[in-house]
Design a protein around this ligand. Structure first.
Ligand code: 15L
Length: 265
């Protein structure tokens, strides 16, 4: 994998990957609808709106591996999710197929399984239980990945990213945190690993309190180095309430909630 595209390159994870992957591959094409600071050696800038198929295809041409971070990274009204995450992700996979891209790394989210009880540790074999429209869009992205892997032989890794922050800021993130350096390592591992068809990985650091089993991590040799526990003392007492305390998805479960927590099995 030599020619790498990053969509959503101006975002928080995108900027971290841009810095972390610089110089590692002959071409790093950085795509976003927003502006970015000028290109360094080995970088190319590309402006594309994910809803615009022709623009996505241009971004994708000549690429070996696309890292798809673009789209809305949190809960939002349906029209925005529809445009950026549903239509945008379809455009991404379809353009990958048309352009002969070999591998797609899709930024999914832990919110695909947000309504599983956090008292239970979960793996990649549990049913999807999205906690938001955003989570539903990520379930859909994972399904698209599976389709394009099976039907068109594209190599796909879906990363159920946890809480990407400089450092964990509350009790939930003692389990869900992924550090910037582990995020870079995870994406590098998924770009560089030898042939795989479809992988599901939790994007999480080596947290003592982690609640997600990650059997595909070994498949790509992902060995996270950071542990949220190192920050436990400074965030003591920052606990969640309501549904956020009960489920893996945290605050996303409280948003617009009209059901009673006890009715959710
Ligand atoms: C996500 O998927 C979001 O993009 C991010 O903003 C965080 O809320 C994160 O999940 C999380 O669960 O902490």
């Amino acid at each position: 994998m030599k020619r790498i595209l990053i969509t959503g390159a101006a975002g928080a994870i995108g900027s971290t990957l841009r810095a972390g992957l610089r110089g590692q591959y002959p071409l790093l094409r950085l795509s976003d609808a927003r502006g970015m600071e000028s290109a360094a050696t080995g970088e190319e800038l590309n402006t594309a709106d994910l809803g615009d198929y022709a623009a996505v295809k241009t971004a994708m041409s000549g690429i070996d591996c696309a890292v798809h971070l673009g789209g809305i990274p949190k809960e939002a009204p349906w029209p925005s999710i529809l445009e950026a995450n549903i239509i945008g992700t379809y455009n991404l996979f379809e353009a990958a197929r048309e352009c002969g891209v070999k591998r797609v790394i899709f930024a999914s989210s832990n919110h695909v399984v947000g309504f599983h009880r956090s008292s239970r540790s979960i793996g990649i074999d549990v049913e999807p239980r999205p906690d938001s429209r955003y989570g539903v869009s990520k379930v859909y992205g994972e399904a698209l990945g599976r389709l394009y892997a099976d039907k068109h032989g594209i190599s796909v890794a879906c990363l159920r990213i946890g809480s990407f922050r400089e450092r964990p800021v509350d009790a939930r993130q003692l389990a869900t945190w992924i550090s910037p350096r582990d995020m870079v390592q995870l994406v590098r591992c998924c770009i560089d690993a030898a042939d795989y068809r479809y992988l599901l990985l939790y994007g999480v650091s080596n947290n003592t309190r982690a609640r997600w089993k990650n059997p595909h991590a070994a498949r790509v040799a992902y060995a996270p180095q950071d542990n949220a526990e190192d920050y436990a003392a400074e965030i003591a007492g920052r606990t969640a309430t309501g549904a956020a305390a009960e489920f893996h998805g945290g605050d996303f479960c409280n948003l617009e909630l009209t059901n009673k927590i006890n009715n959710i099995e």
